[in-house]
Design a protein around this ligand. Structure first.
Ligand SMILES: O=P(O)(O)OC[C@H]1O[C@H](O[C@H]2O[C@H](CO)[C@@H](O)[C@H](O)[C@H]2O)[C@H](O)[C@@H](O)[C@@H]1O
Length: 401
């Protein structure tokens, strides 16, 4: 990416004047207009909200974290799906189950509504987008052990044989590939900031952040890395966060190449504010980075106008599926706040829908829901079976002529 160029780039120009000396970058490209409204954390931690002078004055005061309301967000992220008896009715009816059932009226189960849903996709080209953690693999305490089952792998492989399929993850592209291990798919790592898509000569010739390349099998591919210039900054902040959190038991910082994850799932709850404050204070020195909130994780990422939604649009473009929207039906399955950007794109685009994986009530841009990874697997199986039946029907039709 040419940070001094004037052609279209996902790096937005921000009117807030900040020092550009750190990266020696051109003034017009360093800042950002805050886009991620989904996260209370990101809005409170955003460098945009703090002028450089005022932010320097607010030093490590835990009240920052509490009063900005994002301690609540930390607590609320990834709530366990606990069942508790409904005391009000003095019965064994589980109130969280009742809650969930009423929520399902708004976000119907993609399994129960499969026929209705698939009706919209009939005679269209389906494109499948999948998140990884919490969607293809259950949430576990150790991010390095978030394996997907062989059964899930096999279903995802079948899906990819039927439809163009991509995994869009918050993890680095390499890490998510190591976990998925399927060559039949396209991968977008670092929340879509590192994409390997099918060869698109139009895109790689015209898009400033696209490179034509070849994969290990010698196949031509399109590589898209809009945040490449942020690599040294990401490395630096990663090292600082590792250092600053090293004495907090359970804290875990992951380097995902174009973003950094600070996990607090295994940290004692009364230390969450400390984690939040560390991230908050560290980001004051990095106005080119912002944070978003995932499931018991704070993700630090470049302030570029790029997210999973943009990655979906980009991949549809690569696949030659972005024109003639009416012929294309895109499905995105995800469980996290960062997946909301993709759900929103599909909602606005109309040719497709988002499916939220959740066992608790959540406000979402998705249209349907699935309860957990086992339901995701069932849904994917249904989709593959449906496609095979459709193909059989077509074949029979052809033979009968
Ligand atoms: O976009 P995703 O593929 O869903 O990635 C989002 C984050 O996933 C990982 O963390 C989450 O899953 C872990 C393993 O189950 C869990 O321990 C953690 O609490 C979750 O937040 C990954 O480690 C993060 O870097 C990603 O941002």
């Amino acid at each position: 990416m040419d940070l001094t160029s004037s052609h279209a780039s996902p790096v937005l120009t921000d009117p807030v004047p900040i020092s550009k000396s750190r990266l020696g970058m051109h003034s017009g490209l360093l800042s950002y207009s805050q886009q991620d409204s989904s996260s209370p954390l990101s809005s409170s931690l955003s460098p945009v909200k703090y002028s450089r002078t005022s932010s320097r004055k607010t030093s490590g005061n835990l009240d920052d974290v509490r009063s900005n309301g994002w301690l609540d967000a930390m607590k609320a992220s990834s709530p366990p799906s606990k069942k508790h008896p409904n005391k009000a009715f003095n019965s064994h009816i589980d109130s969280s189950e009742l809650d969930y059932s009423s929520w399902l009226l708004e976000y119907p189960s993609a399994l129960d509504c499969f026929e209705e849903m698939i009706e919209h996709a009939k005679n269209k080209k389906i494109a499948m987008f999948l998140d990884y953690d919490g969607t293809l693999s259950p949430i576990v305490n150790d991010p390095d052990r978030a394996f997907m089952s062989e059964a899930m792998r096999s279903v995802v492989r079948n899906v990819a044989k039927c439809f163009p399929t991509a995994i869009i993850s918050g993890r680095s592209r390499e890490k998510v590939y190591d976990l998925v291990k399927l060559t039949e798919l396209y991968y977008a790592g670092s929340h879509g900031m590192d994409i390997v898509g099918p060869a698109s000569h139009t895109l790689s010739n015209t898009h400033p952040d696209c490179i034509k390349s070849t994969d290990q099998q010698g196949q031509e591919i399109t590589l898209f890395q809009p945040a490449r210039d942020f690599l040294p900054l990401i490395d630096e902040v990663y090292k600082r966060l590792v250092e600053k959190t090293k004495d907090i038991q359970g804290a875990n910082v992951e380097n995902h190449k174009f973003c950094v994850s600070v996990h607090y799932r295994n940290v004692e709850e009364n230390n969450w504010t400390v984690i939040g404050q560390i991230v908050h204070d560290t980001l004051k020195d990095y106005p080119l980075l912002r944070s978003t909130h995932g499931r018991k994780v704070l993700d630090i990422r470049p302030v570029i106008d790029w997210n999973k939604g943009k990655a979906v649009e980009f991949l549809l473009d690569c696949l030659g599926l972005s024109e003639g929207d009416d012929d294309v039906f895109a499905i995105f399955i995800g469980d996290d706040k960062t997946d909301e950007d993709a759900f929103k794109v599909l909602r606005e685009r109309k040719g497709g829908f988002g499916i939220l994986v959740s066992s608790t009530r959540k406000q979402s841009n998705a249209s349907y829901s699935l309860r957990d990874t086992s339901e995701v697997m069932k849904f994917l199986e249904m989709l593959v079976n449906w496609k095979r039946e459709e193909e059989n029907k077509q074949q029979q039709k052809r033979h009968s002529f």
